[in-house]
Write a protein of this length. Structure first.
Length: 325
């Protein structure tokens, strides 16, 4: 066929790198191209559309406080269930990220958000919702001198003042592997320090450009060394980007070597056509096998399933001693 034919075959459409103003990335196959495929999701990934009364109320109050949640920004499939349960994961430091991960739906670009009152507004919302376990995350802010650590410090302190009975879980960036920003955060003794490695080391050049697997693992180890028994360490990975079962287990082993206690594993779902394609959907039985392998390696708590996300049922997916404490 002549090369001047304009229409590509449905299974051979090329996925290209987007501009920094848009999310998405490029998967590196032998010829540098990634076929775009429309694949019907398997039945175990079907979830009801959000819209219950509690969901609508929270959407209104969170929006009125000019707050962001990763539930909305990342198109989490569990947003309806979690918000109906009265739980949400707050995202601080704005909704524009300085990095461009190929799987993430959060906007990328040059952030302008800098609101010193944001920690107090998050704490007020936590108190209003009556949360017993609050999860706070952020976009990457490589533009800030401490990479956003001060904002986490402010949120932890504010929640401790406004809702002293609430456990605080923070899901942080890697702080570029720097010890001082991390030390500032751990000094506030969050109940859970979470930093997701997201995928296996081989796929980092594809999925997490600007990040390094071992650097993230070292951040988790440093957090445990700084926090001791008072801080639970946690990380999460996705499947569906082309990793193998063996690569996943190997990644689990590296995390255990770096003193990670809690692990989550879920299925990657492509947010838009501009993002990395789903290579395949893992079956629920495969998640059960991953969970079994992780427990055998010594993780204290493991949640693995197609719809599991890092903060999904975060209050329940903790070691028993942490739940009791």
């Amino acid at each position: 066929m002549s090369e001047k034919t304009a229409e590509p075959a449905p299974a051979g459409r090329v996925h290209v790198t987007r501009s920094r103003a848009k999310p998405g990335g490029t998967a590196a196959e032998a010829d540098g191209a990634v076929p775009f495929r429309r694949v019907r999701k398997p039945p175990w990934l079907k979830v009801p559309a959000p819209g219950g009364p509690t969901y609508r109320r929270l959407k209104s109050t969170i929006g009125a406080d000019n707050l962001h949640t990763v539930c909305e920004e990342a198109n989490c499939p569990n947003v309806g269930e979690c918000w109906e349960r009265g739980t949400a994961t707050f995202m601080i430091l704005g909704d524009v990220c300085t990095r461009r991960c190929g799987f993430c739906n959060v906007k990328t670009g040059v952030p302008t958000w800098n609101d010193p009152l944001e920690p107090m507004r998050v704490a007020n919302q936590v108190k209003r919702m009556g949360l017993r376990h609050a999860v706070v995350t952020s976009v990457d802010r490589d533009d800030l001198p401490d990479y956003g650590a001060s904002a986490f410090v402010g949120v932890i302190r504010s929640i401790r003042m406004q809702a002293p009975g609430c456990k605080v879980e923070i899901l942080t960036p890697d702080f570029r592997g720097q010890e001082m920003p991390l030390a500032k955060v751990i000094h506030e003794r969050p109940d859970v320090f979470n930093h997701n490695v997201e995928t296996v080391p081989r796929l980092y050049p594809v999925a997490r450009r600007g990040s390094k697997f071992l650097r993230s693992a070292r951040v988790l180890k440093m957090a445990k060394e700084m926090g001791g028994e008072r801080v639970v360490t946690k990380s999460g990975l996705m499947v569906g980007l082309g990793e193998s079962f063996e690569e996943m287990v190997e990644a689990f082993g590296i995390l255990r070597e770096h003193r990670v206690q809690v692990l989550t594993v879920g299925q990657y779902l492509r947010p838009t056509e501009n993002h990395l394609p789903v290579v395949r959907y893992w079956h629920p039985e495969e998640f059960e096998a991953l969970e079994k392998a992780a427990y055998e390696m010594g993780f204290e708590s493991v949640a693995a399933g197609p719809l599991v996300r890092s903060s999904y049922h975060a209050d329940q997916n903790l070691p028993e001693r942490a739940l009791a404490g």
